[in-house]
Design a protein. Structure first.
Length: 90
């Protein structure tokens, strides 16, 4: 059973080679153990459709790799709409 921190660590590892293109990033993760659902939010500074697609492909791979363990919900949004870290975690 993963923790929110373990999910963040794995996602950041999967996105590491994209870091130069992403700019400032914020990753939020929430784990709901009873429902076995991981909820991820990826906020990126250099938001383009191509970068968003690249991130979504990596997150779908994560979902496939862990499909027996948990369900995955995620979204990729521009960081400019995030006012602070507390807002991003919501």
């Amino acid at each position: 059973m993963p923790s929110a921190e373990a999910l963040k660590y794995e996602v950041m590892g999967r996105l590491r080679d994209l870091e130069p293109e992403l700019g400032k990033t914020h990753l939020s993760a929430r784990w709901e153990p009873v429902a076995r659902i991981a909820r991820l939010g990826v906020c990126i500074e250099n938001y383009t459709w191509q970068i968003r697609e690249d991130i979504i492909k990596r997150l779908v791979e994560l979902q496939i790799d862990h499909q027996a363990d948990f369900a995955l919900e995620f979204d990729v949004i521009p960081v400019e709409g995030v006012r602070d870290d507390e807002y991003a975690e919501v």
